[in-house]
Ligand binder design. Sequence first.
Ligand code: IMP
Ligand code: MG
Length: 175
Amino acid sequence: MVDEKLRVLIPSEKIQARIRELGEQISRDFPDGDLHMICILKGAVYFLTDLSRAMKRDVSIDFMGISTYGKGKTSSGEVKVTKDLDVSIEGVHVLIVEDIVDSGITLNYLMHMLEQRRPRSIRIAALLDKPDRRQRPIHAHYVGFQIPDRFVVGFGLDDAEKYRNLDDICVMDEG
Ligand code: IMP
Ligand code: MG
């Protein structure tokens, strides 16, 4: 796809290599017990499909819909569950799979909500992390890449629903 507003920040090969490393690391960290991967729609879908296939063990997957951003580029601070999980997470290891940790508002809310459902453990895997933007404390156990405070698209991340299907992670020109 050619778009003059976009510049590649993390090329596809680097993303795939990092996801393979994360898959191996997470598999080592969870040698036994059920591991349930929860994908936060829609941005994390691409990360989930690759990360789950990089795992060296059985996993189950589920999807959760959360909306914070609406159509703008800054978080409104309001979190809404638009689709809840299909099955109970009680007693299982939970891995939340998210595209990016930005303000931390979404994951902070979600962690509190899911902890009340009594999982055996709960961890976060985020493909990207923008630490400069944090408003709520969040510890992601597994992070693909730390990036500067720039708006990025591709590999699941969108700008008003566009660009999710790019293989690379790109920055948008603000000019
Ligand atoms: P948080 O609640 O501010 O941490 O927001 C997390 C959500 O904001 C992510 O799941 C993304 O959907 C969205 N988001 C944050 N930064 C970006 C970005 O640079 N590009 C696209 N979406 C973003
Ligand atoms: Mg999201």
